[in-house]
Design a protein around this ligand. Sequence first.
Ligand SMILES: *[C@@H]1O[C@H](CO)[C@@H](O)[C@H](O)[C@H]1NC(C)=O
Ligand SMILES: *[C@@H]1O[C@H](CO)[C@@H](O)[C@H](O)[C@H]1NC(C)=O
Ligand SMILES: *[C@@H]1O[C@H](CO)[C@@H](O)[C@H](O)[C@H]1NC(C)=O
Ligand SMILES: [Fe+2]
Length: 478
Amino acid sequence: MTYNSLALKITLMGSFYFCMAAFIVLTLVFNSVVFSNGGKTSIYVRKMEKTVDMPLESDVFRVPSGYNAPQQVHITQGDHVGKAVIVSWVTEDEPGSSTVLYWSENSKHKKKAEGQFTTYKFYNYTSGFIHHCTIGNLEHNTKYYYVVGVGHNMRKFWFTTPPKVGPDVPYTFGLIGDLGQTFDSNSTLTHYEQNPKKGQTVLFVGDLSYADNYPYHDNGRWDTWARFVERSAAYQPWIWTAGNHEIDFAPEIGETTPFKPYTHRYHVPYRASKSTAPLWYSIKRASAYIIVLSSYSAYGKYTPQNQWLEQELPKVNRRETPWLIVLMHSPWYNSYNYHYMEGETMRVMYEPWFVRYKVDVVFAGHVHAYERSERVSNIAYNIINGMCTPVKDQSAPVYITIGDGGNIEGLATSMSEPQPAYSAYREASFGHAIFDIKNRTHAHYSWHRNHDGFAVEADSMWFFNRFWHPVDESPTSQ
Ligand SMILES: *[C@@H]1O[C@H](CO)[C@@H](O)[C@H](O)[C@H]1NC(C)=O
Ligand SMILES: *[C@@H]1O[C@H](CO)[C@@H](O)[C@H](O)[C@H]1NC(C)=O
Ligand SMILES: *[C@@H]1O[C@H](CO)[C@@H](O)[C@H](O)[C@H]1NC(C)=O
Ligand SMILES: [Fe+2]
């Protein structure tokens, strides 16, 4: 289509020409012009190929060779402060050993930790032997090697522990959501890996494998997904959030235990934050305090998640961890015509707390596109006063939807018009983001679309910390 190729060519030119050409394209092409009191709706237009899953024989799904070789290796933080790691993997032929051998780069002395394995059935699928082993008492800021598959075919990986928790510790988080296992998913992961900003830990906002899109929720697609992401998740922690595609509730085939495959395969350190379920928990990492919530578990008054969050928020010490980050799957502020208002009931419950405790940023997924909000809140409404419009609020978080990992369901392209005032930037392209904490006052945030080179920032902003430097950072205020 000429419109597509024109727009594509435009993006290859310098930003000066881009702006001029963008103006022309806007004037010529859009007859319902999108000017509003809102932010920017990108005019970037990508090729609209269909999103398709990578076939089973793809390189990314290859099973490691050798009898009972460990596969699907992944790690996550294993305690509250970053001195432990949970190592998880699957063996297919027999249980084999749940031992992890590990040693730091400096001391060649090998240590040993014992884990456990579990299995589960889902309809007519039987899982492999899923091992989880926590290795603790690690030194901060240290490279460790580790080996799994003791007794059969051993495989070796490595990771670097985070620095000790403290207010000025720089740290770089990657943001990925709704990844799936399509060719676009592979492009997203490659862009994350090749990004010169070098993310050290992935904050994953839910919807992992999309196995539930297959007949009978073909759980073999949970296995392929874990083999696909091993090339990153075995070497740096991925911090997990549950999405709707983790529920796997299928009464029509007798599967009525929500989150069964997800909770067997992905362990998180929820007990370390006094949570009673793996679906909501918190960790500290470097200068960040990260709270993970579950959009698909009860969150109303008196529920376990509600009680936990109410007790959790006052525990956050911004003098120790200046950056307060919340992860959830279903966004509260979204202006796409997909999943519109699905996050509303949770917003009503928790938004006053987020404003009171000055959350810096909320990352969500679910909508398969990208969007960044202004700092807004909508907490004045009390049923009878009619005050139900989002207002600019410097105590409120920025809300970012990063559900654009590239799964089989394709992009969310239809947006509500005009762009609402709370929406600062939105674009329907696949990509990932980087939240790069510099010190207690500044973090640089950037969003990277898959169609650009690895270093290109398609959207970016400086975050000013809400506790240490609560100054308006939106471009319109400067
Ligand atoms: C996935 O991406 C990797 C790294 O870019 C590449 O080596 C591999 O061939 C890709 N696989 C598929 C199926 O696209
Ligand atoms: C599970 O059942 C479906 C439908 O009957 C069938 O197509 C599939 O091959 C079965 N898979 C296994 C592993 O038995
Ligand atoms: C914090 O980082 C920002 C951005 O790099 C820098 O401009 C600022 O001077 C730093 N603050 C301190 C106290 O070093
Ligand atoms: Fe989702």
